[in-house]
Design a protein around this ligand. Structure first.
Ligand SMILES: Nc1ncnc2c1ncn2[C@@H]1O[C@H](COP(=O)(O)OP(=O)(O)O)[C@@H](O)[C@H]1O
Ligand SMILES: [Mg+2]
Length: 504
C-alpha cells in the first residue's frame, strides 16, 4: 500500500484516534483482518464475525507489529475508532485507489469461472506490468478492499473478482475501485435463492458494465444471451468473445484430449494463434477466451496471449485439480464450491477424463438456492444418477432430493434397450436400496469394463470423512473419482484422505 500516517487514516475513515495512537505513526501495510497475518507496519482491521470478534485480538496484533487497530469500539491498543470497521476499510481502499498514478482496474464477474478467469488474466497483465490480483476467491466486501490495499506506486494492473450476493453489491465494489475494463462471463444459477431469478442475477452482474466509463471496455460473452444483453447497459465500448463468428475474440476448432484439456485456435481481429490448455474441462475455453479478450484490449500480441494461456496451470486450489495416485486411481478435486452450472461443467469434464474407466463421484446437496433448492437438487441427482457412474456418494445434510433424483435417473438408464445395450454402463441393474449387490453384465460388455457388471451404487454418508471411508472400499486401480460439493461441505477433506491413501 501507499504509506499513510494514522492522522490521514482517521481523516479518510472519519475516525477518532484512541489508545495513545500517535497521529504521525505511519502504516505501510499490509492491511489485514487476521491477526496472524500482521507484519510490522500493518494496520489490523478488527471485524466482528459470527464466531470470532477481531477486537479480542487487538493486543495480539499490536504485539506482532501492527501500527494500530481500525476498530468499531475502544480496544486496549492504539486504534482508529470508527462506527463500522468494514465500511471504514472500504473507504480506505477507495481513497487509496484514487492516489495510484498508473493503474488500470479490470473487474471480472459471472456466476461461474471468476476465479479461474481472474487467474488467467493476471498472468496476461503481468506480462505488461506489475499486477495485483486477489489470492483465491477474495471477492466480497472485505476481500475486495484488502486486495486493493495491496497495490503500491508501481502497480499497473488490478485484476479483481467481483461477486454479487445481491443487487447493489457489485455497484458498491466498483465504487471502491472503478474498473476501466469489465468482463462478464455468464449468468447462471449460483445464489439463485437470494436473487429469486436469473433476470435478477443478470441485473446484479450488469452493475459491472454500468459502472464503466465511456473510455472503458465491456468484455461480454457472446454465447450467453443474458450477458450479451448487457451491451445496452454501458457507455463503454463493447467487445465480444465466444465460439461463434460474431465474436471478435473466438475459439475455432476446439478439441478436447483424453484428459479433458482443450486446444483451439484463438482468433482475433489481428491474427490467430494456437492455444493448448493445461486446465481441465471444456468450460476452461470460455474462461480463456474472456481473459484473452481483456488481454487483447490491453494491446497484448496474440502470440503472447496464446503462450500464457497454454502455460497456465490452476492457481487457486480445489478447482478441477487432477491427481493420479500411484495405483492409477485418478482423483478430480473440484471441491472448492458448487452450483448447478459448475456441477454440470464438472460432470461433463469428468465424463471425458474418465472415459473407459470405472467412475465414481462424491457430491453434496447444493445450498443457497432458495425455493428452487429441492428442484435443483433433484436435477443434480438426476445428472449424477444418469452419468454412467459405477457409484455415487452423497454426503451431508438435505440429501433427500439428490438421492431421489439419482435413484430415478439410475433406474431410467437401467431400463433394457436393445440398441444401447453395450453403451449403458448402469444397465446391469440398480440397487435402489443403496447397497452393493451382484448383477449380470449386459451382453457384449467386456468383463471388468467400466461400470459394467455392477449396479450403480448410491449411498448417503454424513460427512467428508465418511465419504472417503466409503471410497476406500470401492476404489480399485485405474478408477476415476470426482469430488465436488458446496464450500460448506469441505469435500476437499475427502480428496485429501483419498489421496493420502495412495502413499500407504
Ligand atoms: N466458465 C465456466 N462455466 C461453467 N462452470 C465453470 C466455468 N468456469 C469454472 N467453472 C466451474 O466452477 C467452479 C468454480 O470455478 P471458479 O473459477 O472458482 O469460479 P467462481 O470464482 O466464479 O466461483 C470450477 O471448479 C468449475 O467446475
Ligand atoms: Mg471465486
Amino acid at each position: 500500500m501507499i504509506p499513510l500516517p494514522l492522522a490521514r487514516i482517521a481523516e479518510i475513515t472519519s475516525g477518532a484516534l484512541s489508545g495513545m495512537a500517535d497521529p504521525r505513526a505511519v502504516v505501510r501495510g499490509p492491511v489485514v483482518i487476521d491477526s496472524r497475518a500482521v507484519e510490522p507496519g500493518s494496520l489490523f482491521v478488527a471485524i466482528k464475525g459470527a464466531r470470532v470478534d477481531g477486537h479480542d485480538y487487538a493486543a495480539h496484533a499490536i504485539r506482532a507489529g501492527a501500527v494500530a487497530v481500525l476498530a468499531s469500539r475502544p480496544v486496549e491498543a492504539p486504534a482508529v475508532i470508527v462506527p463500522d470497521a468494514a465500511a471504514a476499510l472500504a473507504e480506505l481502499a477507495a481513497a487509496q485507489v484514487r492516489t495510484l498514478p498508473n493503474v488500470t482496474v479490470i473487474g471480472v464477474t459471472g456466476s461461474a469461472g471468476k476465479t479461474s478467469t481472474k487467474d488467467l488474466l493476471a498472468r496476461l497483465t503481468a506480462r505488461v506490468g506489475s499486477t495485483i490480483a486477489p489470492q483465491g476467491s477474495f471477492n466480497n466486501e472485505l476481500g475486495h478492499p484488502l486486495t486493493v490495499l495491496r497495490a503500491d506506486l508501481d502497480t499497473r494492473f488490478m485484476v479483481l473478482e467481483l461477486a454479487a450476493r445481491n443487487i447493489g453489491h457489485i455497484k458498491e465494489l466498483t465504487r471502491i475501485a472503478p474498473p476501466q475494463i469489465g468482463v462478464v462471463l455468464n449468468v447462471g444459477t449460483a445464489h439463485l435463492g437470494v436473487f429469486g431469478g436469473k433476470e435478477a442475477i443478470a441485473k446484479a452482474k450488469g452493475e459491472l458494465v454500468e459502472s464503466l466509463p465511456r473510455s472503458g471496455v465491456a468484455v461480454l460473452n457472446a454465447d450467453d444471451p443474458l450477458v450479451r444483453g448487457m451491451a445496452t447497459r454501458t457507455e463503454a465500448r463493447v467487445t465480444y468473445y465466444g465460439r461463434g463468428e460474431s465474436a471478435a475474440i473466438r475459439a475455432e476448432g476446439v478439441v478436447v484430449d483424453a484428459r479433458g484439456r482443450a486446444s483451439f485456435t484463438l482468433r482475433t481481429p489481428s491474427g490467430a494463434a494456437h492455444v493448448s490448455l493445461q486446465l481441465y474441462g471444456e468450460h476452461a475455453v470460455e474462461n480463456a477466451l474472456a481473459a484473452a479478450a481483456a488481454g487483447y484490449e490491453l494491446g497484448l500480441p496474440v502470440a503472447t496471449i496464446a503462450e500464457e494461456l497454454s502455460e497456465a496451470t490452476p492457481r487457486s486450489r480445489w478447482r478441477m485439480e487432477v491427481t493420479d495416485r500411484a495405483d492409477g486411481v485418478t482423483v478430480v478435486n473440484d471441491a472448492y464450491n458448487a452450483n448447478p452450472d459448475s456441477m454440470r461443467a464438472a460432470f461433463s469434464a469428468f465424463e471425458v477424463l474418465g472415459k473407459g474407466r470405472r467412475r465414481f463421484a462424491v457430491i453434496a446437496a447444493l445450498r443457497e438456492l432458495g425455493d428452487e433448492g429441492p428442484a435443483l437438487n433433484a436435477e443434480l441427482g438426476r445428472l449424477a444418477g444418469g452419468a454412467g457412474l459405477a457409484g455415487l456418494i452423497v454426503a451431508g445434510p438435505d440429501a433427500e432430493p439428490v438421492l431421489a433424483g439419482a435413484h430415478a435417473a439410475a433406474q431410467a438408464s437401467a431400463q433394457p434397450s436393445a440398441q444401447t445395450g453395450a453403451q449403458t454402463p448402469t444397465q446391469a441393474g440398480v440397487q435402489a436400496g443403496g447397497q452393493a449387490g451382484a448383477a449380470q453384465a449386459p451382453d457384449g460388455a467386456p468383463p471388468g469394463a467400466p461400470g459394467y457388471g455392477e449396479p450403480v451404487r448410491i449411498v448417503h454418508v454424513p460427512d467428508a470423512e465418511a465419504a472417503a471411508a466409503e471410497l476406500a472400499v470401492w476404489l480399485r486401480p485405474g478408477d476415476a473419482v470426482l469430488i465436488k460439493g458446496p464450500r460448506a461441505m469441505g469435500l476437499e477433506r475427502t480428496a485429501e484422505l483419498v489421496l493420502g491413501g495412495a502413499t500407504q
